[in-house]
Design a protein around this ligand. Structure first.
Ligand code: S3P
Length: 453
């Protein structure tokens, strides 16, 4: 789905205490992967709790175009009738990944070792994001790539006839690159090995094990991992239950921390340690955040979170923690704006190539709302509560997390905060506004010059 709709600005204003017990939608990473592995299994995979956001719906569409039969029943369960590893069909038209880097990069891995031709397109944001990071290893596996200068979308690939197993050391901490190679390895004869110097989200590895793949994961002494997968692989269909997305829960949690008197609970949040860096950081900042009922669900740790408003203090977030909270820096920046003292965030280079240049977009949003901060090439420092906060209009640059983060800021700020567009929130968290409103958040329609509908 490409973004062509009219921007919908929104204003968030100081709200009274948030209260309630809620569920947030399914995890985006696991939702994409469950559709893809369901497609690569032979037989019927069922998925409950799938995130029905635009990014994941775009992946469902691309999997259909590659031959899977995918239906949603009246109870909200998704049924994926897979074609099996080796069975992907050549799509009749270009695959449109909309705003989704995960959809595009993982799917390029899947098709890169099937002898079919595929053209990949995306929206303006996705078309600016680097694809060379997956095309490099895929080329070594035998994928032919016809790309415009710079390896950006739109691009076309022809998958390898006889894929070559590779040993690959990830030059950047990226679960998308790792996953693209692992998915390519499924249809590759021999052992493909990926070394990751820093552990990144490991949902692909966990899910591949669940679907019956021969995959070994070995931790090294420095916090990295060696992953070996032996192909070709036959995947067995599974019943997948998708837990709630901690990256979406983050916005509710931070809103509750900074709005005095708040107390909310969120059920069944995924707590894979490769995703919980934000929660560790918030607890160091003094957050009253408790996790109960810890359990395993479908190979992933989950638990229920209760959070109460808290006096936060600034901390230093080391670069080594970045992979486990890479999507959470916009939200953390808002928490830091309300904390006492300075918060230092290091190792942020990858933020520059997300749905927007998130470091620049956060910094500009902080400027617009009077928050004392300094930004460098890969770091950000924020000094909280030095002046009244709010009153600004934030440019969201087709980035859902920039929109949600600054709306959360407005709920606790001295003056309202307006974001220039909320349409992209539907990519990851379509229920954001209604859920926040049900907890007590105050939003109002905004009209900016040139955005009249
Ligand atoms: C994701 C990996 C991360 C993350 C993205 C989802 C995934 O991207 O930012 O939202 O599902 O594998 P990178 O691999 O680029 O770090």
């Amino acid at each position: 789905m490409s973004h062509s709709s009219t921007p919908v600005p929104l204003t968030a204003s100081a709200s009274s205490a948030l209260r309630g017990h809620v569920r947030v939608p399914g995890d985006k990473s696991i939702s994409h992967r469950s559709l893809m592995l369901g497609t690569l299994a032979v037989g019927e995979t069922t998925i409950s709790g799938l995130l029905e956001g635009a990014d994941v719906l775009a992946t469902a569409e691309t999997m259909r175009a590659l031959g899977a039969r995918i239906e949603r029943d009246e109870n909200g369960i998704w049924h994926v009738h897979g074609v099996g590893v080796g069975g992907l069909m050549e799509p009749a038209a270009a695959l449109d990944f909309g705003n989704s880097g995960t959809g595009a990069r993982l799917c390029l891995g899947m098709v890169g070792t099937h002898p079919i031709a595929v053209t990949a397109v995306g929206d303006a944001s996705l078309s600016r994001r680097p694809m060379g990071r997956v095309l490099g290893p895929l080329r070594r596996m035998g994928t032919e790539v016809v790309a415009r200068a710079g390896d950006r979308l739109p691009l076309s690939i022809r998958g390898a006839e006889t894929p070559i197993p590779i040993e690959y050391r990830l030059p950047i901490a990226s679960a998308q690159v790792k996953s693209a190679i692992l998915l390519a390895a499924l249809n590759t004869q021999g052992t493909t090995t990926v070394f990751e110097p820093t552990a990144t989200r490991d949902h692909t590895e966990r899910m591949l094990k669940g679907f019956g793949a021969a995959i070994e994961v070995e931790p090294d002494q420095n916090g990295g991992r060696v992953i070996r997968i032996h192909g070709p692989v036959e995947l067995k269909p599974q019943d997948v239950a998708v837990p709630a997305d901690p990256s979406s829960a983050a916005f509710l949690i931070i809103a509750s921390l900074i709005i005095p008197g708040s107390e909310i609970s969120i059920d069944n949040v995924m707590l894979n340690p490769t995703r919980t860096g934000l929660f560790d950081t918030l607890i160091e900042m003094g957050a009253d955040l408790t996790i109960s009922n810890r359990r395993l669900s479908g190979g992933e740790p989950v638990g229920d979170i209760t959070v109460r408003s808290s006096r936060l203090r600034g901390v230093t977030v080391p670069a080594s923690r970045a992979p486990s909270m890479i999507d959470e820096y916009p939200a953390l920046s808002v928490a830091a704006a309300f904390a006492e003292g300075e918060t230092v965030m290091e190792g942020l280079a990858e933020l520059r190539v997300k749905e927007s240049d998130r470091l620049a977009a956060v910094a500009a949003g902080l400027v617009a709302n009077g928050v004392d901060h300094h930004a460098g090439p890969d770091w950000l420092t924020i000094r909280g509560r030095t002046a009244p906060i709010g009153g600004g209009v934030v440019e969201t640059h087709l980035d859902h997390r920039i929109a949600m983060a600054f709306l959360v800021m407005g709920l606790a700020a001295d003056k309202p905060v307006t974001v220039d567009d909320t349409t992209m929130i539907m990519t990851s968290f379509p229920e954001f506004r209604s859920l926040m409103t049900s907890l007590g958040a105050v939003f109002s329609e905004a009209e900016l010059p040139g955005t009249r509908r």
